[in-house]
Design a protein around this ligand. Structure first.
Ligand SMILES: [Zn+2]
Length: 408
């Protein structure tokens, strides 16, 4: 199917993550899946013949979002860990469902930070399922654009056995990291919580630095799951490119991250989701008094960490942790709301879900709306620069209009 021809989105507002001001009375002309121009509606000039005009009055145009922490092969929900052991074919189907949810929620890019490994029937090799999903989706406009970290690398005794690649010392860590890159991972994900959680990181700073140096020499990045301060310190000192969650930062850690350009990928909405499970499930972890108290305590600490990072000037990218945590694939707006609750201005929180995510991915076109760039934007009802909940009210998604199966 060929492209439908030029489309004009007329008289919308425009909100991107570059500042606090909503631009009103904007028209955008799209042709061949690119943005031809962005003009004032009062000054559109001559239009191409046979242009399709969409009256976007009252809606706001927003850049396609970047979910900086996602697990596309997993469904999420209160049994999210069990689902990691479902049959590979089921998980590949889950990924297709997630792709639909992501697109309709205005999420253009997903950064996959860990998926179960399964044997590839084509060559018998065991590889991260998200790598196969990436191949399937490549060039398919209706599917999210994807960067994939392969499988989690963790110390034993932490995640359910069979899920991560386990490495208990420096040499094992380095060789596991190389295997991931050889298999085609776009970047590496280390699990910097140790079996002793609060007390000790799983590997030394030197061990992690060796991985960072190897990855950088190969032109890729390293990110680290960080639930506790001891692991965060090791990651920061070793020079990882980003911390996931960063639930326990202190001001030293935050300043150092800002100084060396380490990103924080926030996932605060996890706690909102857990609180909802205290109502909707009977699982003691969520519904029991002890579980609720622990979650509330960790949430408070995590919000404080984001505040410290924000004040220090750390670049914050928004993630849901859908699939690898309890959220679902269409929940990124929840994280934007959480960042505003933590003290970011709404435009800064929108930046976290758009342009900052693009910077983290190293993709200049991700999270931006520019003339000549891809038509990767969506339209919502309301103003996300004053009300982040507007992001839930998706009206149209430009890249899903007349999407043909292949990209020219
Ligand atoms: Zn995760």
């Amino acid at each position: 199917m060929a492209d439908a021809g030029p489309t004009l989105y007329r008289d919308a507002a425009l909100a991107d993550g570059t500042g606090p001001t909503l631009r009103k009375g904007v028209s955008i002309l799209v042709d061949g899946r690119r943005i031809v121009w962005i003009r004032d509606t009062s000054d559109e000039g001559e239009l191409p013949a046979h242009v399709r005009v969409i009256d976007a009055g009252g809606a706001t145009i927003v850049p396609g979002m970047v979910d900086a922490h996602s697990h596309v092969t997993l469904p999420g929900g209160s049994h999210w860990i069990d689902r990691g052991f479902d049959a590979p074919d089921d998980l590949l189907e889950v990924a297709e469902h997630n792709a639909d949810l992501l697109g309709r929620a205005g999420v253009r890019w997903a950064r996959d930070v860990g998926s179960p490994a399964a044997e590839d029937p084509r060559d018998g090799r065991k590889q991260a399922l998200a790598l196969r999903v990436r191949e399937r989706w490549r060039g398919n406009l209706s599917r999210p654009r994807l960067l994939v970290a392969g499988t989690w690398i963790a110390h034993s005794g932490l995640l359910p056995s069979g899920l991560p690649v386990e490495a208990d010392d420096g040499p094992a860590l380095l060789s596991a990291a190389k295997v991931q890159l050889d298999a085609g991972a776009d970047f590496l994900k280390l699990y910097l919580d140790g079996p002793k959680k609060e007390e000790a990181a799983p590997w030394s700073t030197e061990d992690v630095r060796a991985v960072v140096e190897m990855a950088h020499a190969r032109g890729t990045k390293v990110t680290a799951h960080s639930g506790y301060l001891v692991g965060a310190r090791v990651g920061i000192d070793a020079g990882v490119d980003s911390l996931e969650h960063g639930f326990e930062l202190d001001s030293d850690a935050a300043w150092k991250m800002a100084r060396q350009g380490t990103f924080l990928v926030s996932t605060l909405a996890i706690f909102r989701s857990w609180r909802s499970f205290s109502q909707t499930t009977t699982l003691p972890r969520f519904a029991g008094d002890e579980g609720k108290e622990r979650a509330a305590r960790r949430q408070e600490r995590a919000i404080e960490s984001v505040q410290l990072a924000h004040r220090a000037g750390v670049r914050i990218a928004a993630g849901t942790d859908f699939g690898g945590g309890s959220l679902r694939a269409n929940h990124l707006a929840w994280e934007v709301e959480s960042l505003v609750e933590a003290g970011l201005e709404p435009w800064e929180a929108l930046a976290s879900a758009t342009v900052r995510g693009g910077e983290l991915l190293g993709q200049v076109e991700a999270g931006c709306i520019v003339e000549g760039g891809p038509a990767d934007f969506f339209l919502v009802h309301g103003d996300p620069l004053t009300d982040p909940t507007a992001l839930w009210r998706v009206w149209r998604v430009a890249w899903l209009e007349d999407s043909s199966p292949s990209e020219s």
